[in-house]
Design a protein around this ligand. Structure first.
Ligand code: TMP
Length: 395
C-alpha cells in the first residue's frame, strides 16, 4: 500500500504555460508523494488525468537542447552497433530526436501528443498518436510484427498503470529483443535533494529496486543498468524476456547488483528514508525564499533561466511569484509571451537576458554545463546564478 511522505501543495499542470485570459480556468491538483512498501515504488498519491497533460498543446521539445540531441544520437549509435536491431519501436517519441537517427523503414513510434506525432509522421516515421497500452501494443504487433529494440526515454515514468505498460512491452518484444528505457533516478533525486523532479507528468520516480519487482512480475529481467547525467541524473535500464535469458544463458551485468546495493545502502527500501527527504525539502524551501527575499531587499533584479516543469514545482511549492522573479527566459517559442503555470510569471525570449539582470535562478539546473558555457559574459560582468540543487546557494 502507498504511504504518503511528502506534500508539495496545490500545483498546476507543470507544462501548462498559459495566456492571461486562461487564468480563471486553470486546473490545480494536490501534489502528494507516497512510497509503496511492497513494490518499493515511489509514486504520486493521486494521478492527474493523462489527457490534461499530454495533448495537442504539449510544448516540450526534446531536440531544442544540444545536450539532448547529442545524448540521443550517441544512444542510437550504441544500440545500432551493440544490439543490431532489425526493427525499432520508440514509445513517447516527442519531436523525433531519437528515432530520426534510424531509417524510417522498420521503425515505428507511439506519441500521444498529436502535435508531436504529426512532426515525425511528416518525416516518414510511422507514429501512432495514442497512449502506450495493451491495445496499442496489439496494433503494432499486428502491423509491424515483434520489435527487436523497444526504446523509451522519459516516458515510462509518465505511465500510471505500469503493470499494463510493461505487459504491453513484453507482448511486443521479439524473442531476442531488448527493452531499453531511461528515466530520472530516484537515488539521484534523493541524494541531490532535487524534489522538483516531482510534478504531474512524473507519476513515478523509479528506483532499480522497484523496477526489478515490476518487470519481474511480467516476465522481464533487467540485464544492465547505466547511470546517465541527463535530466538531473537518470538510469538507463536494459531488459529482456526472462525466458530468453535463461535459454541463452545470459547473466545480468554487475551493474544491476551494484545499483540495487547502492539503493539499499541509501535506504531506498525504507519509508523512513523518505520522511527524512521530506524534511530536507522543507528546509530547501525556507532557504530559497530567504535568499531571494534578501537579494530583493538589495534591489537586485532576479529572473529565472529556463521555464521548466521542475521550476513549476519549485515556484508553486515555495510561493515564488512575480514579486520576487521579474520574468523567466526560455528558448521555446511556444512558451514565450505566456505565463508560467500557477504563479503566472511572464515567460520571455532569451534576448531579455540582458545587462539589466543581476541574478538568475537556474530553473534548468540540469543543463547547468550547457548554460554556463553559453552565459560566460553574464558571470564575467558580475551576474549571479542561484540554484537549489543540491543545496540553496549562488555561484
Ligand atoms: P527540461 O528541464 O524539462 O528539459 O526543460 C528545459 C527547458 O529549459 C526548456 O523549456 C528549454 C529551456 N532552456 C533554455 O531556455 N535555455 C537553455 O540554454 C537550455 C539548455 C534550456
Amino acid at each position: 500500500m502507498k504511504k504518503q511522505f511528502l506534500d508539495l501543495g496545490r500545483q498546476p499542470i507543470a507544462n501548462g504555460f498559459l495566456n492571461k485570459n486562461d487564468f480563471a480556468n486553470e486546473y490545480f491538483f494536490n501534489l502528494k508523494v507516497g512510497f509503496d512498501d511492497e513494490t518499493k515504488l515511489v509514486s504520486l498519491m493521486d494521478f492527474v488525468e493523462p489527457t490534461k497533460m499530454f495533448n495537442d498543446e504539449y510544448v516540450y521539445y526534446s531536440s531544442l537542447s544540444k545536450t539532448m540531441r547529442e545524448h540521443f544520437l550517441s544512444a542510437a549509435e550504441t544500440f545500432k552497433t551493440k544490439l543490431f536491431p532489425q526493427s525499432v519501436l520508440e514509445i513517447g517519441s516527442n519531436d523525433g530526436v531519437f528515432i530520426e537517427n534510424f531509417s524510417p523503414d522498420n521503425t515505428c513510434a507511439v506519441e500521444p501528443c498529436g502535435n508531436f506525432a504529426d512532426i515525425t509522421n511528416k518525416k516518414g516515421y510511422h507514429t501512432y498518436p495514442q497512449f502506450w497500452n495493451l491495445e496499442t501494443a496489439e496494433e503494432i504487433v499486428e502491423r509491424h510484427g515483434p520489435q527487436d529494440l523497444i526504446f523509451s526515454a522519459n516516458c515510462m515514468c509518465h505511465i500510471q498503470d505500469l503493470n499494463e505498460a510493461f505487459t504491453a512491452v513484453k507482448k511486443t518484444l521479439s524473442f531476442d529483443g531488448c527493452f531499453v528505457f531511461e528515466d530520472p533516478s530516484l537515488l539521484q533525486m534523493i541524494t541531490r535533494g532535487s524534489y522538483d523532479q516531482i510534478y504531474d507528468e512524473h507519476a513515478h520516480i523509479f528506483s532499480v529496486l522497484a523496477l526489478k519487482n515490476l518487470l519481474n512480475n511480467v516476465g522481464l529481467e533487467i540485464f544492465k543498468v547505466e547511470k546517465l547525467d541527463v535530466h538531473g541524473g537518470s538510469n538507463r535500464i536494459y531488459a529482456k524476456h526472462m525466458d530468453t535469458m535463461k535459454l541463452r544463458g545470459i547473466k545480468p551485468a554487475a551493474s544491476v547488483q551494484m545499483s540495487l546495493d547502492a539503493e539499499r545502502e541509501y535506504g531506498l527500501h525504507k519509508y523512513e528514508t523518505y520522511v527524512k527527504f521530506a524534511d530536507r525539502v522543507e528546509k530547501s524551501k525556507n532557504d530559497l525564499l530567504s535568499l531571494l527575499q534578501s537579494l530583493k531587499a538589495e534591489n537586485k533584479k532576479i529572473v529565472s533561466y529556463g521555464a521548466t516543469s521542475k521550476s513549476t514545482t519549485v515556484f508553486n511549492y515555495c510561493g515564488i511569484d512575480n514579486t520576487l522573479i521579474d520574468y523567466i527566459v526560455d528558448t521555446t517559442a511556444d512558451k514565450q509571451n505566456k505565463f508560467s503555470p500557477g504563479v503566472h510569471i511572464p515567460v520571455v525570449a532569451p534576448t531579455e537576458f540582458d545587462n539589466t539582470v543581476d541574478c538568475a535562478f537556474l530553473g534548468a539546473w540540469n543543463y547547468k554545463k550547457e548554460i554556463l558555457n553559453k552565459e560566460k559574459r553574464f558571470v564575467e560582468r558580475g551576474g549571479v546564478f542561484i540554484t537549489h540543487v543540491p543545496a540553496v546557494g549562488t555561484y
